[in-house]
Design a protein around this ligand. Structure first.
Ligand code: SAM
Length: 238
């Protein structure tokens, strides 16, 4: 049997948002490789006396993935846990893991995304909403156009902003987003906004106001923005 990898979504913060399937995959793994925040979510599930746990950063991840893959014996399992859902805003890493392990040896286990929790908190249904992540390293120009188009069409938007403090031209957090919309002709004073920081953790905060209010305000990297243009529509209308 080849070396197997579980790519597991563990929810946005609280272990209570982790599924039983995710916990089972983590427990079956001899190796667990993750970022500090994600490892903290699964701390109660891992057994450090039996499993080898590696904390990685963006800089060290490539070496660690390759090193663990080399160390693994046939039939052994490794888990790489991801915050929220693996299938949202994680593909730059997941695609690399698929290359290293091979698609047939990787099982992806979905989790509850920060996007879903933000939708639940704001009562904005995801099926009537543009869902977009700016939390990527690549170009975001098309995503910015999509955002503008959705707002102009009266759709709601749930998005993950892009923290990039070292390069202001790439930093696209709530304040920059509000400014971008205003400069493109949107009346941001009338546009409702929610910002949810550190959702499902003890440090969770909620901001509710207008998009215009976001200009000049700073929020945590760990935040999601909802632009709320939801119109309630019940089955009684059809
Ligand atoms: C690389 S993306 C990963 C998204 C993740 N896969 C998901 O489904 O939520 C990282 C971003 O997710 C958002 N995020 C993750 N956990 C969060 C939380 N507990 N509260 C607010 N935002 C969160 C933040 O915008 C953070 O910068």
């Amino acid at each position: 049997m080849p070396k197997k990898l579980f790519v597991v979504g563990v929810g946005p913060g609280s272990p209570a948002y982790m599924t039983d399937v995710a916990k089972e995959a983590i427990r079956r793994s001899r190796y667990v490789v993750g970022y500090r925040y994600t490892l903290s979510i699964i701390e109660g599930v891992v057994d450090r006396s039996r499993q080898q746990i590696y904390e990685i950063t963006m800089k060290t991840q490539e070496d660690v993935y390759q090193d663990v893959h080399r160390k693994m014996k046939d039939g052994e399992y490794c888990t790489v846990p991801f915050t929220g859902d693996v299938n949202f805003s994680e593909s730059e890493v997941v695609d690399r893991l698929l290359e290293i392990f091979g698609d047939d040896n990787v099982e992806v286990i979905p989790g509850i995304s920060s996007i879903q929790v933000a939708a639940a908190k704001s009562h904005v249904p995801t099926d009537k909403t543009l869902i977009v992540t700016f939390h990527v390293t690549g170009c975001i120009e098309q995503k910015k156009k999509d955002l503008l188009e959705a707002v102009r069409q009266g759709r709601s938007v749930i998005l993950l902003p892009r923290p990039w403090p070292a390069d202001p031209s790439k930093h696209f957090m709530q304040s920059e987003i509000a400014k971008f919309l205003r400069q493109n002709g949107i009346d941001t004073v009338k546009l409702k906004a929610w910002v949810f920081e550190r959702m499902t953790t003890e440090k969770e905060t909620t901001f509710k106001g207008s998009v215009a209010d976001l200009e000049g305000k700073e929020f945590s990297d760990l935040s999601a923005l909802v632009i709320d243009q939801a119109k309630r529509e019940t089955y009684l209308e059809f």
